[in-house]
Design a protein around this ligand. Structure first.
Ligand code: ZN
Ligand code: ZN
Length: 739
């Protein structure tokens, strides 16, 4: 749609801008702009005292009322291509459904302009610089200096926040800090990670059966959704790749979504070898220039196979004929900031609009997707068994209560797991040990008064990181020194409780002298490339035992692993979140699936305090359907998804009374708009009552009618405008975490 109106005719455009106000704004199109203005064009417009970049979404037929002051579009951004109609439509759906503004949804859909590359500028402390040389009254400079790592490593200037940006410039001028040029991060895995040339695989009977259903659907050019359900190692990737080949051969594009690129370096290299001409990799870890370059190639149709993380669902592929969502159950498809969209769910929308084949794949499908398949909304394709008929692992559950009864000075590693690890390493095999908590200990507890050392900004215990010698809050990153005495009662009786990966690593070293042990968690992979380096070393068998958080459960395939140990497997079951059981089952099944590759059967040792728990039992037998039936029964009885849709509303403020009052106003408005057809829980304190200095009041709204639910909450937010500040309200449609 072009706006090429006649000379002198007044012309108006509706512009979506990235602010949290859910409406568009009307501007006048000047004669200069009108020549190249189309729907989707990126424009600079005045908004109050500011100027913002927005997107033209419509040309309204009539002029606005005479009482409305209409300002001019200042400029059409020449460097930014217009947003494609298909992508624009998808952002509209996202904005309506996730209750954000259209402008906010559009910003999430397009790569940041390369000029924002300035945000990647790095800064570090100058050698020998001391905080003591900064006068006390220069508080901004002091804060900026203290925000830079003590060890002299460089951090992006942008991470320090706008408020400290000017202070950083002062520090540089005074010689206390220095700027460093950021190296362009690598978007693609290093060539060293490339697998040896892949033999052309003969499909298993299961793969052939699945392809016999999928390939005709690809040829039909119609929307056709499939759920590909198969255990780890059953060969789902090969099915995706053959479907992709067929789609590309028909001249249509392929969108291949994965939870995290960093976890799948081998997949990317496999795709690169199979489709050398067609592949583009899109994810937010790319440098802006690089991301824009890949994006432009996709727009032009040069690269028709896009592999990427959730935001790639908005990739401007001209005509997608196949959309793959691998590990569709993974929580990282959900964006935690505005717009809080699910890449998987938008992929379904996009596939339908584009008349594409949709392949959702998982070894442990989300309850939502599996129920969709059961009820016929998706075609269910099962991939039975494992490739090459590898045997399923033997699973043993260790009762840690017995361990505490029988062993004096009990250690986190049970006798059984320790023995199995020794045998494994002695036999020249590899082991994975999962402990889904990082740090040395999850809390310091006072034996005199019973208090835990908590974060001053959040209502959570601080984690002890022993090698760093600090306590850290895992929710706001606040740090403090390890206190010698209890901050509450002053007694010197602090004890560490809840061992984390750092402690387990130490215990493994003591239990397995001579074994090569490494740890993978967010603390050890902070440095760029560190994650990949650990995986490579493990893959090359230069590590015997890898201990880590859920990171070790995801996305890679190590033929040398014959033993998997899981510590405190049932701990997360107690979390106040209706998905706690589902997440525990998925994690256990995923990590258990890593054992016993390449011929030798594996062993899985699961340690728990409640070894009879049905979730552990189902995971131990890899019985998804037993888990599914039981869990579905609970969800039905308690009216949780997939039987209802959920919207979580959290009101946050430093002042508890304000948060409470505003949440009451909102809850009333939601109840009124819902006309008695919604289930409201709260307002009440959120499971984490205080976060980053703000109190949080939570309202959960549920309804079997998804549309009614979202629309009612949307109207309630509008109705309470002026009474409840929008900044204080966080709305999450289909939340993945309720903590
Ligand atoms: Zn105390
Ligand atoms: Zn905190």
């Amino acid at each position: 749609v072009s706006a090429a109106g006649g000379e002198g005719s007044a012309l108006f455009a509706s512009v979506a801008v990235p602010i949290p106000v859910r409406r568009t704004f009307t501007y006048r199109v000047g004669p200069e702009a009108s020549r190249h203005l189309a729907v989707g064009a990126r424009v600079r417009v005045p908004l109050g005292p500011r100027r913002v970049v927005g997107t033209v979404v419509e040309f309204p037929a009539g002029a606005p009322g005479a009482d409305v002051e209409v300002r001019d579009i200042e400029a059409v951004l020449a460097g930014e291509p217009p947003v494609e109609p298909q992508v624009l439509d998808l952002t509209r759906v996202a904005a309506d459904y996730y209750l954000c503004s259209w402008g906010e949804a559009i910003e999430a859909a397009i790569p940041p302009a390369p000029r924002q590359a300035a945000a990647r500028r790095l800064v570090r402390r100058a050698a020998g610089a001391r905080a003591s040389s900064i006068p006390e009254r220069a508080t901004a400079r002091r804060r900026a200096f203290l925000a830079l790592p003590e060890d002299g490593s460089a951090v992006p200037v942008g991470r320090l926040g706008a408020a400290l940006g000017a202070a950083v410039a002062d520090l540089v001028r005074l010689g206390l800090a220095e700027r460093v040029e950021a190296k362009e991060p690598h978007g693609e895995p290093s060539p060293r990670a490339v697998l040896p040339a892949e033999p052309r695989l003969v499909p298993t009977p299961g793969q052939s059966a699945a392809l016999a259903r999928i390939l005709p659907a690809v040829s039909a050019d119609e929307y056709a959704p499939f759920l590909l359900f198969g255990a780890t190692g059953s060969g789902k990737t090969e099915v995706y790749l053959r479907a992709a080949e067929e789609t590309l051969a028909r001249g249509r594009g392929v969108l291949y979504l994965v939870p995290e690129i960093g976890l799948t370096p081998l997949l990317v290299s496999r795709l690169a070898r199979r489709f050398p001409q067609a592949l583009a990799v899109l994810h937010s870890g790319l440098a802006p220039v690089e991301r824009r370059r890949a994006w432009d190639g996709v727009r032009r149709g040069d690269t028709r196979l896009v592999v990427g993380t959730r935001s790639a669902v908005f990739a401007p592929i001209p005509d997608p004929g196949l959309i793959v969502v691998d590990e569709e159950q993974d929580g990282s498809y959900k964006q935690e900031d505005v717009p809080r969209y699910s890449g998987r769910d938008l992929a379904v929308v996009r596939a339908r609009e584009a008349r594409a084949v949709l392949l959702l794949g998982s070894a442990t499908p989300s309850l939502e997707s599996f129920r969709n398949a059961r009820e016929g909304r998706y075609a269910l394709l099962r991939l039975g068994g494992r490739v090459e008929d590898r045997p399923m692992p033997v699973v043993r559950i260790v009762d840690m209560r017995g361990e505490y009864r029988d062993v004096r000075g009990v250690r986190p590693l049970s006798r059984e797991l320790t023995g199995a690890l020794r045998d494994c390493v002695a036999g020249g095999n590899q082991a994975l040990v999962l402990r889904n908590r990082r740090g040395w200990a999850s809390a310091l507890h006072c034996l005199a008064c019973g208090v835990r050392v908590s974060c001053s900004r959040c209502s959570v215990a601080m984690t002890w990181h022993r090698s760093a010698g600090r306590l850290r809050c895992h929710y706001c990153d606040l740090e403090r020194a390890v206190p010698a005495r209890c901050p509450s009662c002053g007694e010197e009786r602090l004890t560490a409780i809840g061992e984390g990966t750092e402690r387990i690593e130490q215990d493994l070293r003591e239990a397995l002298p001579g074994a090569r042990i490494a740890r993978m968690d967010r603390d050890t992979v902070r440095r760029r490339g560190a994650h990949e380096a650990i995986l490579r070393r493990f893959d090359e068998r230069r590590i015997d035992v890898l201990v880590g958080t859920q990171m070790i459960a995801k996305g890679h395939d190590f033929p040398g692993v014959t033993l998997v140990g899981v510590l405190s497997a049932d701990q997360a079951l107690g979390l106040p979140d209706f998905r706690a059981a589902e997440r525990t089952f998925q994690l256990l099944t995923q990590v258990a699936g890593r054992a016993g590759r390449g011929g030798s059967p594996g062993t899985v040792v699961i340690q728990a305090f409640d070894p009879g728990h049905p979730v552990l039992r189902s995971a131990a037998t890899q019985d998804y359907e037993a888990f599914y039936e039981r869990e579905l029964g609970y969800r039905r009885a308690l009216r949780y998804p997939p039987f209802t849709a959920v919207v979580e509303v959290v009101v946050e403020h430093r002042d508890l009374a304000k948060a409470a009052a505003w949440s009451a106003v909102l809850a009333d408005a939601i109840a009124r708009e819902g006309e008695g057809k919604l289930i409201l829980s709260g307002p009440g304190p959120a499971p984490i009552e205080r976060l980053k200095g703000k109190y949080r009041m939570q309202i959960l709204v549920r309804s079997a009618g998804r549309r009614r639910l979202v629309e009612s909450v949307g109207r309630a937010l509008e109705a309470s405008e002026g009474k409840v500040p929008r900044r204080a309200v966080r709305v999450d449609v289909d939340p993945v975490s309720l903590l």
